[in-house]
Design a protein around this ligand. Structure first.
Ligand SMILES: O=P(O)(O)OC[C@H]1O[C@H](OP(=O)(O)OP(=O)(O)O)[C@H](O)[C@@H]1O
Ligand SMILES: O=c1cc[nH]c(=O)[nH]1
Ligand SMILES: [Mg+2]
Length: 215
């Protein structure tokens, strides 16, 4: 059974996560770093995609080259904050189709409340890359995997910027077949379900809204 969570230790990733933690970071900078980290996580999470050989007409004549072997991908941003990672992942996988899931975590119960879903077709044949900056209790990620599995999707991977041990354990218990790439594994959740040290409210930082529920 694959390890459910893979912490990406690349120096660029570690450096960028550090910059993202600055309390007074601007919306612009938070968005830029989120996009850069999304690209690097997409690179790591696709490292096992199989290749096939084909021949192209190169300047010097026919040349055998490699291409990704017919892999269909859907990227699945969890609204809202997952949208902050979408362009970065699409930079790396420009032909991917996009499925969208809307979930809002209830501030009192910490349960994800679904408000939107729109999936692309042929999910049984696709690799799904779920994107969301934060894996806190894991409730939102587990609910999204549940939805994708109900649609017949079997190869499901998750990309997050910061994961809490509580969320990792919950995802592993609910979906041990789903691997999750993360730029950082943090210490714990605070009493209102925010990751410590974490990033604060990633959705608010990406969208420039200010509802401080983090304390
Ligand atoms: O692991 P969990 O405990 O479920 O928490 C993580 C979720 O909470 C945040 O979204 P939020 O519901 O705040 O929505 P937003 O992206 O619209 O801000 C975050 O982007 C995750 O989706
Ligand atoms: O730390 C957290 C937890 C949930 N959602 C966030 O945006 N941040
Ligand atoms: Mg939020």
């Amino acid at each position: 059974m694959p390890m459910p969570v893979i912490a990406v230790h690349h120096p660029l990733v570690r450096h960028k996560v550090g910059l993202l933690r600055e309390a007074d970071i601007s919306t612009k900078k938070f968005r830029e770093l989120t996009g850069e980290l999304a690209r690097l996580l997409a690179y790591e999470a696709t490292a096992d995609f199989p290749l096939e050989t084909t021949t192209v007409q190169c300047w010097s004549g026919p040349a055998e080259v490699e291409q990704i072997a017919g892999r269909k991908v859907t990227v699945v941003p969890i609204l809202r904050a997952g949208l902050g990672m979408l362009d970065g992942v699409l930079d790396m996988i420009p032909n991917a189709k996009v499925s969208v899931v809307g979930l809002a975590r209830n501030h009192d119960t910490l349960q994800p409340e679904p408000y939107f879903e729109k999936f692309v077709g042929h999910l049984t044949e696709r690799t799904a890359l779920i994107i969301d900056p934060m894996l806190a209790t894991g409730g939102s990620m587990i609910a999204t995997v549940d939805m994708l599995k109900r649609q017949g999707c079997r190869d499901i991977r998750a990309l997050v910027l910061v994961a809490a041990p509580e969320g990792i354990a919950a995802l592993d218990a609910a979906h041990p077949d789903v691997r999750c790439w993360t730029a950082a594994i943090d210490s714990h959740l605070n009493e209102v379900g925010y990751i410590i040290p974490g990033l604060g409210d990633a959705g608010d930082k990406i969208f420039g809204t200010k509802d401080d529920n983090t304390k």
